[in-house]
Each structure stands twice: as structure tokens, then as C-alpha cells.
Design a binder for this molecule. Structure first.
Ligand code: XUL
Ligand code: CO
Length: 511
């Protein structure tokens, strides 16, 4: 309507200037009629769409929950009425809606399974994943979704999320600011939307143990971030991103979140020809230092985590892998302020194994959290699949156990259903399977630890350093002259077998 009216007004104005009164009169009549007709058509369309929207979109199609006519968020009753609370039934169970390996209260290697594993649900995949891919439209049509990106829809979705966590028996969740609440027309309006949804989340958390494992800011979807956020060439974008992170840290703190993540999806470059890499990295460091300062100012004690990834969506992401992130933190004096969130699929994209990245983080005192997922060996991009490989999960848990656990970090399922998985129960099955896989990995680490032969193989491999000269070397007290004297005395050294196949055999026998 506004377009039609505008067009008419403009035409009338032009015709008036031209001075043709008769034509002007006729045109005015036509325009008035057109506006009336358009108004009528729009009203009809509005009434029709409201009727349609109140049908299957706001009420569940296949169960008995009632609609409340839209007074709150338009949904009453359960979101997952056919799904019971998921319980541990043991490895012989054939029930897909049960845990076979994850027994939350069971003690293993001195801690309860739930304390080793600290599982969380990734809101963006589980509740915002649509099944769309670069070649295809969304495939999911969850009964609670009404097709809008409204605050009311965000609140309904949040309630579905809490029922999901409750039924799964998971009491942590991870979110981006923009996953949970829609953008407004201004930053102030966007913040108000976020506050409204966060207030509901806080209310839903009350009386439960549920709280965020971590929060983060989405600094990659909006076109304003096309050149990056903290590494954008535009100072206005840098300021906007800072304001967004400030708010995201505040709401994470308000919800009792234990960590805050920085994943720099667009903090990198597409071409070095138009990029001042030194300046961009300096800006990124200043940005992270400002986040540290603000966190301290508001009394947020959660851990700040950097999530390395080599590329995608940029050709080159600055925090390429754990070692690169470590060097960056050292260069800019940020060691001690940050840990790393290692994502397995990112690890493989950087040409490493997940185990390599976890160990690199661990030995440098940086292992803070794990985004437990996997890629597909035949697809070269970040497919974000649930981890179901038991060998891989055992390697992951080896690092976690060596680290003494992950707390205050934990496991985030940065994983999504396949495009072709469209049943509501698939959401549960995917998480159960991912949780069981890691629980099985933990059980395998217990077997390896109790057996002890792998640790013994490694110990023996380095035992030549458990000597007088070895101790001098490790203490940094063996100079080249001393070593040359030893080499002359010993002459050709004895070099034993590496026993790789034996190590693999021992590992395999734990699976
Ligand atoms: C993207 C990715 C993100 C981060 C949070 O590859 O892993 O979802 O985990 O921004
Ligand atoms: Co991730």
C-alpha cells in the first residue's frame, strides 16, 4: 500500500507541475480507486493468512495440546508429547530412546559420568537448524514453528528447548545471541528483544540445574560483518561488534553461564592483496583485551574461550588451529585470560586429528571446552555431524581424562541433524547417540587406564631420559660440549622399535 500511495502522490505532483488539470483530476480518481481496491485486497489477504496461521502452524497437528489463541506465545501443552524422559537402560537395550552407555550418576575414574562429560545442547543447530544447504531449501517443519522470526516465536522455541533438555537429562546449553532472539530495527531494539527472551530463559532455568555452558555473539551472519567484525576494515563495524559482544557477555553472565566463546568465522581474509594482516591482528587483540577488561568489570568469572578453525567462511581464518591461537595469545599478552574450545570438525579441516588439537591445547594449559562433532571423510567442509565413531571418542576422552576433566568447560554438541532427518524424535536420537558414543569412549579410557600397558609402552619408550644425562637435558643443564663428550663415549646409539602396531593393538582391544 505505501508503495502504491507513494507512486500516486509522486505522479500527481509531477502532473500538477506540468499544469494539466483534467488529466490530474482523472489520475487522482484512478489513484483513489486503486488505493481502495488495494486496501480491500490486503485486508482480505490478512484475514485469510491469520486464519491459516492459526491452524496447523500454532497448534500441534498430531497430539492433544491446546492453542491459547496467541495470548502468550500461542502454545500450551508439551512440545514433545510422545517422548518420555530418557533413561539409562544399559548396552543390551534395543530402545532407541534410552542411554546404553551414559549412566549419569555412575562413577568412573573418580568422577561421575555427568561430571566428566558435562553435556550441553547447541541451540543454533537443534532449534534453528532448518536442514537447508547451499543447494536446497529447508526440510524441517517442527510443529512449534510458525514460520516467523518474531519475539513470540523465539519465546515458544525457548520453551521447547527447555522441555527438550529436561527430557534428555542435560542441564547445559550453548547459544549465540541472534539464535535466541531476532534482530530489531536498531541496536537498542535488538537488545530489547534479546532481554525479553533472556528473561524467559532465566525464568525457565529457575528451580532447575540448567544454565548455559557458554554464550557467544553471532558476528558472521549479518551483511555488516562481510569484512569481519573485530578485523573489519570499518571502524563502525568494529564498534558495533564490540557493543554486541558486550551485551552477549552480560546476558551470558545474567543466565549463570560458565564460559564465553569467540569463534571468528569472518576474522580472516579472502585476499592478502587488499588486506593489512598486521593491522587486523592488532585490532583483534585489542578487541579481545577489551572483552577481558569488561568481563572483569562486571564480575563475570566465566572462562573466555577461542574456538580455532582454519577457514570457512573466510579463505583463511586467523585462529587457524590450537598452535596458531596459542602463538597469538602469547604475542599479545593474553595467555592466562583465554582457553581454547576445540571443535573436532575444525581440527580435521586444519589437517590435524581432533586428538592432536586436544593434546596441543592440553599440554599448553589451554584445553577449556570441546565442540564434539565430526566431519565426513568424503565431504571437505564443516558438516557438523554427531560424533559416533567409538575409536575417535576414546581418543577424545583420553585427552579429557589426562586433563583432569574440562570443568568449567564441557562438551557442546556443535552438531546438526542431517538434511534428510525430519522426525522430531531424530533430535533425541542424535543427542542420545552422541552422548552414548562419548560415554563409551570414557569407559574405554577406564579399561586402558586399568590395563596400564599403553602408558607403560610410552614410559619405556622414553626411559633413556630417566638417567643422569637425561635429567640434565630435561633440566636445561646439558650444554653441547657435555653432550659431545657423551656421544664420543657411546658412539653409535642403540635405537629400539617404536612399537606402533603394539600400541594400536592395545588401543583396539579397549574398544
Ligand atoms: C562454526 C562453529 C560455531 C561456533 C560458535 O563452525 O563451530 O558454531 O561453535 O560460534
Ligand atoms: Co563450534
Amino acid at each position: 500500500m505505501p508503495t502504491v500511495k507513494c507512486f500516486c502522490d509522486l505522479s500527481i505532483h509531477i502532473l500538477t507541475i506540468a499544469g494539466d488539470a483534467g488529466v490530474n483530476h482523472l489520475f487522482h480518481f484512478w489513484c483513489t480507486m486503486e488505493i481502495k481496491l488495494t486496501l480491500l485486497l490486503f485486508s482480505l489477504a490478512f484475514v485469510l493468512s491469520s486464519v491459516i496461521a492459526e491452524g496447523p502452524h500454532t497448534c500441534p497437528a498430531n497430539h492433544e495440546a491446546k492453542c491459547d489463541g496467541g495470548s502468550s506465545d500461542g502454545w500450551e501443552g508439551e512440545f514433545f508429547p510422545g517422548i518420555p524422559k530418557i533413561k539409562y537402560e544399559g548396552p543390551t537395550s534395543k530402545n532407541p530412546l534410552s542411554y546404553k552407555w551414559y549412566n549419569s550418576e555412575e562413577e568412573i575414574l573418580g568422577k561421575k559420568m555427568k561430571d566428566w562429560l558435562r553435556f550441553s545442547v547447541a541451540f543454533w543447530h537443534t532449534f534453528r537448524g532448518t536442514g537447508a544447504d547451499p543447494f536446497g531449501a529447508p526440510t524441517k517443519s517442527w510443529p512449534w514453528e510458525d514460520g516467523t522470526n518474531s519475539v513470540a516465536m523465539a519465546k515458544r522455541r525457548m520453551r521447547a528447548h527447555f522441555e527438550f533438555m529436561d527430557k534428555l537429562g542435560v542441564d547445559r546449553w550453548c547459544f549465540h545471541d541472534r539464535d535466541i532472539a531476532p534482530d530489531g530495527k536498531t541496536l537498542a531494539e535488538t537488545n530489547a528483544n534479546l532481554d525479553e527472551v533472556v528473561a524467559l530463559a532465566k525464568e525457565l532455568q529457575e528451580g532447575t540445574k540448567i544454565k548455559p555452558l557458554w554464550g557467544t555473539a553471532q558476528l558472521f551472519l549479518h551483511p555488516r560483518y562481510m569484512h569481519g567484525a573485530a578485523t573489519s576494515s570499518e571502524v563502525g563495524v568494529y564498534a558495533y561488534a564490540a557493543a554486541q559482544v558486550k551485551k552477549a557477555i552480560e546476558v551470558t553472565h545474567y543466565l549463570g553461564g560458565e564460559n564465553y566463546v569467540f569463534w571468528g568465522g569472518r576474522e580472516g581474509y579472502q585476499s592478502l592483496l587488499n588486506t593489512d594482516m598486521q593491522r587486523e591482528l592488532d585490532h583483534l587483540a585489542r578487541f579481545l583485551q577489551a572483552a577481558v577488561d569488561y568481563k572483569k568489570k562486571i564480575g563475570f568469572n566465566g572462562t573466555l574461550l577461542i574456538e580455532p578453525k582454519p577457514q570457512e567462511p573466510t579463505k583463511h581464518q586467523y585462529d587457524w588451529d590450537a598452535a596458531t591461537a596459542f602463538a597469538f595469545l602469547q604475542k599479545y599478552g593474553l595467555i592466562g585470560e583465554f582457553k581454547l574450545n576445540i571443535e573436532c570438525n575444525h581440527a580435521t579441516l586444519s589437517g590435524h586429528s581432533c586428538h592432536h588439537e586436544l593434546e596441543t591445547a592440553r599440554i599448553n594449559g589451554l584445553l577449556g571446552n570441546i565442540d564434539a562433532n565430526t566431519g565426513d571423510p568424503q565431504i571437505g567442509w564443516d558438516t557438523d555431524q554427531f560424533l559416533t565413531d567409538i575409536g575417535e571418542a576414546t581418543l577424545v576422552m583420553l585427552s579429557v581424562v589426562r586433563n583432569g576433566g574440562l570443568a568449567p568447560g564441557g562438551f557442546n554438541f556443535d552438531a546438526k541433524l542431517r538434511r534428510e532427518s525430519t522426525d522430531v524424535e531424530d533430535m533425541f536420537i542424535a543427542h542420545i547417540s552422541g552422548m552414548d558414543t562419548l560415554a563409551r569412549g570414557l569407559r574405554n579410557v577406564k579399561k586402558l587406564t586399568e590395563d596400564g600397558s599403553l602408558a607403560e609402552l610410552v614410559r619405556k619408550r622414553y626411559q633413556s631420559f630417566d638417567t643422569e644425562i637425561g635429567s640434565l637435558i630435561e633440566a636445561g643443564k646439558a650444554d653441547f660440549e657435555t653432550l659431545e663428550k657423551k656421544a664420543m663415549e657411546w658412539d653409535e646409539p642403540y635405537v629400539p622399535s617404536g612399537k606402533q602396531e603394539l600400541a594400536e593393538m592395545i588401543f583396539q582391544s579397549s574398544l
